[in-house]
Design a protein around this ligand. Structure first.
Ligand SMILES: Cc1cc2nc3c(=O)[nH]c(=O)nc-3n(C[C@H](O)[C@H](O)[C@H](O)COP(=O)(O)OP(=O)(O)OC[C@H]3O[C@@H](n4cnc5c(N)ncnc54)[C@H](O)[C@@H]3O)c2cc1C
Length: 89
């Protein structure tokens, strides 16, 4: 026997985050052909901010001397490559 649904939502991007208690009485199917969460969660907003924030921290660290802050980072190198490595685990 085939499954039957009252509502089928195609895609799990942020544009489709409207399924809530209003739909509790319905049989709802969510169909996703790629990674759950869509562009914002997997490739857009969140990943890009994971690069933007470390870049901001690096810029502030390199400008610390102008504010009278004596900042030593030890042997660990600070730069875009290490920021990307630490933000992606
Ligand atoms: C680099 C970057 C940074 C961004 N930063 C921001 C930000 O800071 N703030 C902001 O508000 N927006 C940002 N955006 C925009 C944001 O990502 C999009 O506006 C949002 O993802 C759109 O959501 P959506 O659900 O319409 O599409 P998507 O997120 O693209 O989701 C569509 C989903 O549907 C699936 N799908 C498509 N067709 C089918 C099918 N036939 N069958 C099954 N599944 C299907 C896809 O696989 C995908 O998972 C950014 C985008 C990018 C690229």
């Amino acid at each position: 026997m085939r499954d039957r649904f009252d509502l089928v939502v195609i895609g799990t991007g942020s544009g489709n985050t409207f399924i809530d208690s209003r739909f509790a009485d319905l049989r709802v199917a969510i169909v996703e052909r790629d990674t759950f969460g869509g562009t914002c969660l997997n490739r857009g907003c969140i990943p890009s901010k994971m690069l933007v924030y470390p870049a901001k921290v690096i810029r502030e660290a390199t400008a610390a001397g102008r504010l009278g802050v004596d900042l030593r980072l030890g042997s660990r190198s600070v730069g875009p490559r290490s920021a990307i490595a630490s933000s992606t685990g």
